[in-house]
Design a protein around this ligand. Sequence first.
Ligand code: SF4
Ligand code: SF4
Length: 141
Amino acid sequence: MKKYKRRELDLWVLPVDCRVNGRYCGKCCYNTEMPLTRSDIDRIKRLGFKENYFTVYRNGIPHLKNVNGHCVFLDPETGMCRIYKYRPLGCRLYPLVYSLDSRRVIVDSECPKSRSIDEKLIRRYIPLLRRLVMEVYKLKI
Ligand code: SF4
Ligand code: SF4
């Protein structure tokens, strides 16, 4: 992978067309278990949100907080993310995830567009997922 500056990497987004039946899907924003990197937290705090507004710690690892069964940043009326441009790295890479159970990179089949993620795309985005896993879980994959 070419060397990118940290800020450039933060802007990478796995290209997924999230429209389902003409509407933004938003499924992954319900009961989210998305972990947060330090840079995610700092970036969102710069938008004016207090850390405890959007962060909950589980086993010492910061995750996005759910309120009423969905991510605190989801607007359930519109189905849109209120911080879309600044959303966490894990949200940008989803449905590409690292399974802590199987210790493998997988495409989460819960996402209705998971089949649109091909091998070439996975290979391209694995370095970024590797960085996420290293930052969050201190694991080398
Ligand atoms: S579940 Fe998949 S298709 Fe739906 S919003 Fe998330 S990434 Fe997009
Ligand atoms: S930050 Fe945005 S994209 Fe990520 S789970 Fe919350 S609402 Fe969804």
